[in-house]
Design a protein around this ligand. Sequence first.
Ligand code: GLN
Length: 550
Amino acid sequence: MPSRSKRKTKYIFVVGGVLSSVGKGIACASLGLLLKSRGFSVTIQKFDPYINVDPGTMNPLQHGEVYVTDDGAETDLDLGHYERFLDVSMTRFNNATTGQIYFEVIQRERRGYYLGKTVQVIPHITDEIKRRMTYFDGEYDIVIIEIGGTVGDIESQPYLEAARQLTLERGRSSCITILLAYVPYIRSAGELKTKPTQHAAKELMEFGIIPEIILCRTEQRIPKEVRSKIALFCNVDEDAVIEIPDVETIYEVPLVMARRNLDAIVLRKLRLKNGTLELDTWTRFVQRIKNPRMTVEIALVGKYVSYRDSYKSIVEAFVHAGALNNCKVELRWINSEDITRDNVEELLGGVRGVLVAPGFGARGIEGKIIAIEYVRTRQIPFFGICLGMQCAVIEFARNVCGLADANSSEFKRTRHSVIHLLPDQERVENKGGTMRLGAYPCMLLRGSKAHRAYEQELIFERHRHRYELSNTFRPLLEEHGMVMSGVSPDNRLVEIIELKNHPWFVGVQFHPELKSRAVSGHPLFVHFVRAALRSKLGEDAANEMDSAGE
Ligand code: GLN
């Protein structure tokens, strides 16, 4: 448990109305950034209404990537937005699913905790929700609580009830609710429609919750009269109806909110006072994203490219790294299952870098290996993440070290399992809970590309995998020019590989994308993009771009 000071924590509930996917996660992250920039300590929690106990086992094609925290929790990808915007590390206490909440209550019931009472949604489930919602009580000035789903969903009801109770207990100057609604534009009528927003606000009020601020997502500007109408019918202050139009980049949302005074209104409602808003660095960051000096094309090779949220953090890490290099990274999405020896040139020709993505299972592996051979032999910058790094080792073992049947024992057991389970993991039969999860230390080899990027010798990066590079084959791989540039402090685990005689060929066993923050980016992504720019422009021009960005 973190240590508690005597702060009086204020709560902001953010609920969605009308429909989902209008950017509740981004709205929470953006509001969090504004309040943090005002000098408050802020964290964000996400409550997911689904029954899965373990979000880690969910299909990335349905739910997007699994976001892993330092403490090894597998969480919803919105936590990635919170970290990127707030520049604060999340923990397992920042995310909960309905499944986890029921699981906890049921386990307690089985231990006899409820003394034979009837265990019910109210109060037992709602009490457990409140316990989790107040986990950071006293530790932060403000906790923003994102409630997943939309108002009116059966699944979200216990969360709304918990929010109502907390508001009653703490008072309305300590807890406010923000409704994020969608205001559709009906082209044939040439009109913006407020009815869905009105219905969502009414529905919330049926649960005993009065929204104090309504954020209106919209594709069109909302004129003042329409905002006034929403205010009147939904019972909120006029200035508390705030339009959030579509913007070019999600990183612009905090600036849009600030222009409409959202932070000041929130602070007024929570009766909080403080200094002025400082967003200069953020504004510069957004300007760099919006006005790149050039573009550079990088291929993202993976198995889940049909649903881009599966690689959310990687995509965002490229936005950050692009901004820091004054360029825009254009991604060429390539399904690894489509790659063959015959079409690799056609699919990858012209790109300035290739990232081979993380993943599980044998599908698409051979395509990844063909892509890696292509970039290795053509001196195209390469970045392999987790499975991407493992594929790079397999490719090198096969094509450079002469072990034609080299593979990972995840896919096929051969005499040359260059990637394998560690002997102590081999004995574990049940797959759940056997992954290496969360932050681990890694020592960098001085003078390596990794060391040059991080400018540090000891780093901590987040993992999510089972298999590891086999120590048996380390000497052979090294003899042929592979450099083990990052290892665990006891030297048992290889965490980073590089190649000599290649402009930039780096594979990492961990997930650097999870630690790329807006504004500061991640050193490996920044250096990878720089290498891609170099391959496009040549050394001198790239250096010039670099210094222009200082
Ligand atoms: N499937 C591989 C493993 O379990 C890689 C996992 C990943 O890319 N995250 O080791």
